[in-house]
Write a protein that binds this ligand. Structure first.
Ligand code: SOE
Length: 380
């Protein structure tokens, strides 16, 4: 077996999701490569050691520069706040490492462009963790669209709703809460949640031409965990936008962290000339499908339980009828990355693909400020 020696930077929620995926992928997929958990890196030595022990990393670093300089690391996985992605990714590319980077790619488009240039110059395999593409029901949606079953697409509707920031007592900044600090996150729900919706949408329905957005910051000031002071909140708490896709379809996107009762309600619906599909993260193994060409007597929404061996990824898991969950989307992402290495056909989203999502996010934030339609910049 060829070894794929992984150096993972960060130990939060995503560090755990990725580590779990590296550990499981070889049990369920057959490759020439085997993932080796070589080093875990975090600034806090005790936390790094504890994380390494729990997940089986063979060594620990407290400085990401040292991790990148090591000859025994093939792949650098970036699971740290967004403001650190660019510096680490560019340095890792220069050091010739493969890179898997958490979403969103960058703080903004100019930074993202530099990251794309760095990986393409160094010719290092790269990918961004937009994991929802690899939920089997979502991959099945892609297959149905690509087969032309929906026909011409008229509408795309996506939502990602949460409710965890409603309390005004919640501070901003620091571990776990960096998503509320604009200096660490770059934006609020646009980069954190809508970026997922946009990545899926670009994949399923092609490029977006222009957007018209509104954002709101409901709680204007929060105590900062690191400074202890009450500081202005710079992120968008909620964002809704209209979009026109290049294929002529119309779209609405909405995201908030103020939808009481919703923890992670990511849904999308696509309406085409012949058929429609609907997907809901809370029922992630099901794809709802309506096909107007069905005989009228039995025509109706089908709730497809995506668990059959013929359906995407499912022949790698249990037996038909037994479903899988959220964590498996990360296992599939690692599997597709390794398959890309072995076949020479890189799987997306690459940094370049993720730059397009970044460009849509930037156009959305620009439109919320200008209160006008904004064109999405073309990837360069
Ligand atoms: C935010 O709460 C968050 O954890 C995002 O950062 C993830 O990308 C999303 O998948 C779930 O919600």
């Amino acid at each position: 077996m060829k070894k794929l020696r992984i150096g993972l930077i960060g130990y939060g929620f995503m560090g755990r999701a990725h580590s779990n995926a590296y550990r499981k992928v070889g049990n369920f997929f057959d490759f020439e490569h085997e993932c080796v958990l070589q080093a875990a890196c975090a600034r806090d030595a005790a936390k790094a050691k504890d994380f390494a022990r729990r997940w089986g990393y063979q060594s620990v670093e407290t400085d990401w520069r040292k991790l990148i300089a090591r000859d025994d690391i093939d792949l650098v996985d970036i699971c740290v706040p967004n403001n650190l992605h660019a510096e680490i990714a560019i340095a890792a590319a220069k050091a010739g490492k493969m890179i898997l980077c958490e979403k969103p790619l960058s703080m903004n488009t100019p930074e993202g462009r530099k990251m794309v240039a760095a990986v393409e110059r160094a010719k290092v395999p790269n990918m961004v963790w937009y994991n929802y593409r690899r939920v089997p029901a979502v991959t099945l949606a892609k297959q149905l669209i690509d087969e032309g079953r929906l026909g011409k697409i008229f509408h795309y509707r996506a939502k990602f709703l949460q409710d965890w920031t409603i309390s005004a007592d919640l501070p901003q900044g620091g571990a776990g809460l960096w998503r509320l600090d604009v200096k660490a996150a770059g934006s609020g729900v646009t980069g954190d949640l809508l970026a997922h919706c946009i990545d899926t949408a670009l994949w399923l329905n092609g490029g977006i031409e222009k957007v018209n957005a509104m954002t709101e910051t409901f709680i204007k000031q929060r105590k900062h965990t690191l400074t202890g002071k009450v500081e202005k909140v710079g992120i968008d708490d909620a964002c809704a936008f209209l979009a026109r896709f290049n294929n002529g379809s119309l779209a609405t996107f909405e995201s908030t962290r103020y939808a009481r009762g919703h923890k992670a309600l990511y849904t999308f619906e696509i309406n085409g000339e012949h058929a429609s599909i609907f997907w809901d993260l809370h029922d992630l193994h099901r794809l709802q499908y309506f096909d107007h060409r069905d005989q009228s007597l039995v025509r109706g929404w089908r709730s497809i339980h995506v668990s059959d061996g013929d359906q995407p990824y499912m022949n790698h898991w249990w037996v038909p009828g037994l479903q899988i969950g959220y964590e498996h989307s990360f296992v599939h992402q690692v599997a597709d990355f390794i398959q890309g290495l072995e076949t020479g056909k890189p799987a997306g989203p690459t940094f370049r693909d993720a730059l397009e999502t970044q460009q849509v996010c930037d156009a959305v934030l620009k439109s919320a400020k200008s209160q006008r339609w904004e064109k999405v910049a073309r990837a360069k």
